[in-house]
Design a binder for this molecule. Structure first.
Ligand SMILES: Nc1ncnc2c1ncn2[C@@H]1O[C@H](COP(=O)(O)OP(=O)(O)OP(=O)(O)O)[C@@H](O)[C@H]1O
Ligand SMILES: [Mg+2]
Length: 222
């Protein structure tokens, strides 16, 4: 049984956006906030307010329509992600998500940042990231470094798809990221990289992603 969607906008009594900025830049700014569902206690959330000049968010450009579907498809594909919803707040679109923070600071470690620090990933962590890639592909998207982050839990580092902005934009060449992911996860041995790629390819059933993976195969082979 799939988990129920997190929230329907009609059940939201109010949303407050706080002063504290948690991060953001490319597409918007992320603040901590509070969300209250009717009949429930208010709880802490992260709220992304989009920059005003985003082309794909302009009226008629389709972005606003795509977000809810993107989130729903990722959720159905079992992608590990914060509970997340796209809604209107004070006449502007926002993404509200389950807050991963401690002491007012985000616990989310962007992959693009940790990559430079070269954390040693154990086998389980590598598997989890690979599994998340497969799930994103099976939701019909190409996993990018932007979309994914790591959170430290008792189980070790766990991947989280915290940023879906690229998926709500018209698709463009994101396949390079698959090659980059594999080089990062299997730095030592190119044969392991090819093996991991073959494993991903075998598990991906979404037609659009299968097409994308054909391009990746060419990149890996050249
Ligand atoms: N649910 C969340 N819980 C805690 N922190 C979050 C959450 N969502 C986002 N953040 C924080 O905000 C930062 C930016 O979020 P996001 O990547 O969605 O925005 P962006 O506009 O793409 O910004 P950037 O250019 O930094 O990627 C994250 O790296 C993280 O620190
Ligand atoms: Mg981002």
């Amino acid at each position: 049984m799939p988990e129920k969607p997190w929230l329907a906008a009609k059940n939201v009594e109010w949303l407050k956006v706080g002063e504290r900025k948690l991060g953001g830049d490319s597409c918007g700014d992320v603040y901590s906030g509070k969300l209250k569902f009717r009949g429930k206690k208010a709880f802490a959330v992260a709220v992304k307010r989009f920059h005003d000049n985003l082309r794909w968010m302009a009226p008629g450009a389709g972005g606003v329509e795509r977000y809810p579907r993107v989130i729903e498809n990722l959720r159905k594909a079992g992608v590990p992600m914060p509970k997340m919803a796209f809604m209107q707040h004070e006449g502007k679109p926002v993404v509200v998500s389950e807050l991963f923070a401690k002491g007012g600071r985000s616990k989310i470690m962007e992959i693009r940042d940790v990559m430079d620090q070269k954390p040693v990933l154990n086998e389980k962590e590598v598997e989890r990231i690979k599994d998340t890639m497969v799930r994103v592909f099976n939701a019909g998207h190409v996993p990018t470094f932007d979309c994914m982050s790591l959170v430290r839990t008792k189980k070790g580092l766990v991947p989280l798809v915290h940023d879906v902005d690229l998926f709500a934009q018209p698709p463009f060449a994101q396949t390079m990221f698959t090659v980059k992911f594999l080089s990062w996860l299997y730095p030592e041995n190119p044969a392991n990289r090819v093996k991991a790629f073959e494993d991903i390819k075998r598990r991906v059933t979404h037609p659009a992603s299968q097409e994308a993976l054909k391009m990746v195969k060419k990149m890996i082979e050249t």
